[in-house]
Design a protein. Structure first.
Length: 131
C-alpha cells in the first residue's frame, strides 16, 4: 500500500497542475488537448505548469515500469523517445522551441503540444542519435 502513495501523490499533482494551467488561461474546462492555439497566448508560468505536468508524467511512467522494463512495454511507450530526444534541452529551451515551432508553422497551431513535443522535437533527436 505504501508503494502506491507516491504514485497517487504524483497523479494528484499532475492533475492539479494541468487544471490550474487550463483554468488560469480561461479556456473551456472540457478541453482535453492543449494545442498551439492555447500554447502561444499562454504566460510563461502557464507553459511551465504544462511542461511540469509532462515531466511528472514521464517520471511516473519511468517509476512504474522501472529501468528494466520489458522491450514490449518500451516499444509501446512514448517515454523513451521523450527522455532520449529531449535530454539535450533545458526546461526553458523546450518551452522556447515549442513556441518557435508554432510561430514558424502557423497553419499547424491546431496540433496538440504533446504531439509537437514528441514528433517535432524529441523524435528527430532520437533518430539522429541512433544513426
Amino acid at each position: 500500500m505504501k508503494k502506491f502513495l507516491p504514485v497517487t501523490a504524483a497523479m494528484l499533482c499532475l492533475c492539479l497542475c494541468m487544471t490550474t494551467a487550463l483554468n488560469a488561461a480561461q479556456y473551456d474546462p472540457d478541453l482535453v488537448l492543449v494545442t498551439g492555439e492555447h500554447w502561444l497566448p499562454s504566460s510563461m508560468e502557464q507553459k511551465n505548469a504544462y511542461l511540469f505536468g509532462i515531466g511528472n508524467m514521464i517520471e511516473l511512467e519511468q517509476a512504474m515500469h522501472g529501468e528494466d522494463a520489458p522491450s514490449e512495454v518500451q516499444s509501446r511507450s512514448m517515454i523513451p523517445v521523450l527522455v532520449q530526444g529531449l535530454k539535450a534541452y533545458s526546461f526553458a529551451e523546450v518551452r522556447e522551441k515549442l513556441s518557435q515551432w508554432y510561430e514558424q508553422n502557423p497553419d499547424q497551431r491546431n496540433r496538440p503540444v504533446l504531439e509537437v513535443l514528441y514528433i517535432e522535437l524529441a523524435l528527430p533527436n532520437t533518430l539522429s542519435a541512433s544513426k
